[in-house]
Design a protein around this ligand. Structure first.
Ligand SMILES: [Zn+2]
Length: 125
């Protein structure tokens, strides 16, 4: 049994405390009635506990941290983004949801969308 396709990302976000109160509550209510999502959430919690065990974590070197930060900042270079890492994560999540539902969305904090699309107050036609 596996989690509902549209809930997988939400379960990770729930576990990471990244959902707002309304979405967290909706997700928790869904887990109560969906065996697949309940199992997935339990598995994610077990994985988190295993990774938190002493001796399992590996501390990244300062050089690796600097390379990762530079790569993330290159992906989210909008001048108004106060936290480029969170901005990059947010864009990645939105793109995953877009791809999952084969939808079209415009992300104003995505440098690619920003370069291609008109900006407010100019309407998108
Ligand atoms: Zn489910």
């Amino acid at each position: 049994m596996s989690a509902c396709a549209d809930k997988s990302l939400l379960l990770n976000a729930l576990l990471d405390g990244e959902l707002d109160a309304g979405n967290a509550l909706a997700c928790e209510e869904h887990v109560k009635v969906c065996a697949g999502c309940e199992e997935e959430l339990r598995s994610l919690r077990e994985q988190r506990a295993l990774l938190a065990a002493p001796g399992v974590r590996h501390a990244a070197s300062n050089a690796l941290r600097a390379r990762v930060r530079a790569a993330l900042e290159a992906e989210a270079t909008m001048p108004l983004d106060t936290d480029p890492i969170q901005a990059a994560r947010s864009i990645q999540r939105l793109k995953a949801i877009r791809d999952m539902h084969e939808a079209t969305i415009w992300i104003s904090h995505d440098p690619e969308d920003w370069a291609e699309l008109p900006h407010a107050p100019t309407p998108i036609e």
